[in-house]
Design a protein. Sequence first.
Length: 189
Amino acid sequence: MIKGLVASAFGAAVISALVALPANAQDDMAAKTTVCGACHGQNGEPVSGNTPTIWGQQSNFLYKELHDYHSGERANPIMAPLVKNFSLQDLRGIANYFAAKTWPAKQASTAAPAGAEPEGIAMCKACHGPKFEGGQPAPRLAGQGYEYLISAMDAFADGKRTNNLDMPGFMKALTESQRQAIAHYLSSL
């Protein structure tokens, strides 16, 4: 309950900040997306491990996720209210804006090197690419944070995230330990 109240208060504060933008700044994509940096990072590095990297991500994937929050197909107490204030054309512009940015350089990590590919990951290459850098229609997974990856994979496996027809079946076919190994591997790339 507290988490929901905090998210609602945060969302309301962010919406107020968006509405307060001067008229000429509302047409400026950098101004429209300033609020995104609060969670996704000002330099492309998310401020929380459970927040995805969006800089340099696939434009079509970003648009789909924004559209799904906008339509209510995907629920999130912070994202859903934020995107409701934008037109679909604005959401396309936002997706293109972040896709055009450079994927953030990997920070020095204490994690073990990627090593051998874990069991079950081969099926991911068909959509996410041989190096997991994404492509039509799938997002980049290489270098995403472990917490975000495991949370998304578990949400698909548990049926909590349903805005993709294929992913729930793929994730249910994996054991919890396989999903964890895959998330560790992908986050280390």
